[in-house]
Design a protein around this ligand. Structure first.
Ligand code: 6PG
Length: 249
């Protein structure tokens, strides 16, 4: 974050370079912590290349798998083997082959409604953290990965929804999504997502240009309100970057 409190902007030439930069940052955060490490993953298409890299031969040896715990910032309430299930994608892409099963912490999606899933996951996070209130001196996560949707949502916190204002609960049920896929969601709330050393947004591709323009212009949207108590980084590729923001600034 700069002096004006804006996130740090890093521009990668293309989506492959962006994934490599993201993998460097994830492994640097892991290397900085000699104890138990917690990474909060995200869904959507944005992080798939990163997940492939982390599971590849070149990168997986850089991760002390027996010390890293993997969480998810939001989930679509669909069966775990549905291709829309965010943790399901992460598991199939890199976690199941590398992480001890007890270190993978999915949001349960078979409890009948999103509020019950949210409550169960809040308990799981609190048990892992060892307290039910967050201490700024002891962030919950080493790193939180995020994406931004076309309406400016992040995790499953949609613009104008009450969930975005939640300050007490750690996790909330979101009965109706604002954008596809239109399935109920479960999402960590802003204060819980903020409890991290680094929040890393990955925003890539030409389709993201309209929303990135709004975010860079400082519009108040969930993706601009989501900030780490530590470092917040917007990692974007050239294709997503609006013309006005290209070149030296
Ligand atoms: C989800 C998300 C969501 C996602 C953005 C961007 O479950 O949909 O976690 O917040 O990160 O919608 O998604 P894309 O990377 O697919 O554009």
């Amino acid at each position: 974050m700069d002096a004006a409190g804006r996130p740090q902007l890093i521009v990668a030439p293309d989506a492959d370079a962006l994934a490599r930069t993201a993998a460097e940052r994830v492994t640097a955060r892991i290397a900085a912590n000699s104890g138990r490490i917690a990474i909060c993953l995200t869904g959507g298409s944005g992080p798939k290349k990163l997940y492939q890299l982390l599971g590849s031969e070149a990168w997986r040896d850089r991760i002390p798998w027996n010390r890293v715990h993997w969480f998810i910032g939001d989930e679509r309430v669909v069966p775990t083997d549905d291709p829309l299930n965010n943790m399901g994608v992460a598991r199939a892409t890199f976690l199941d082959r590398n992480a001890p099963s007890g270190h993978i912490h999915p949001i349960p999606t078979s409890l009948g409604n999103p509020d019950r899933s949210a409550e169960a996951y809040a308990h799981e996070l609190q048990a892992f953290y060892g307290a039910d209130s967050l201490d700024p001196a002891r962030p919950l996560f080493d790193m939180v990965l995020m994406g931004a949707g076309p309406d400016g949502h992040t995790a499953s916190l949609f613009p104008g929804y009450p969930a975005i204002e939640e300050t007490e609960r750690w996790v909330v049920g979101v009965p109706k999504a604002n954008v596809a896929p239109f399935v109920p969601r479960v999402s960590l709330t802003l204060p819980v997502l903020a409890s991290c050393r680094e929040m890393l947004f990955e925003i890539a591709g030409h389709d993201k240009q309209p929303i990135l323009t709004r975010l860079l212009n400082g519009e108040t949207l969930p993706a601009t309100r989501a900030r780490s108590q530590g470092e917040t980084v917007w990692l974007v590729d050239q294709a997503a970057l609006p013309e006005d923001f290209r070149g030296p600034r």
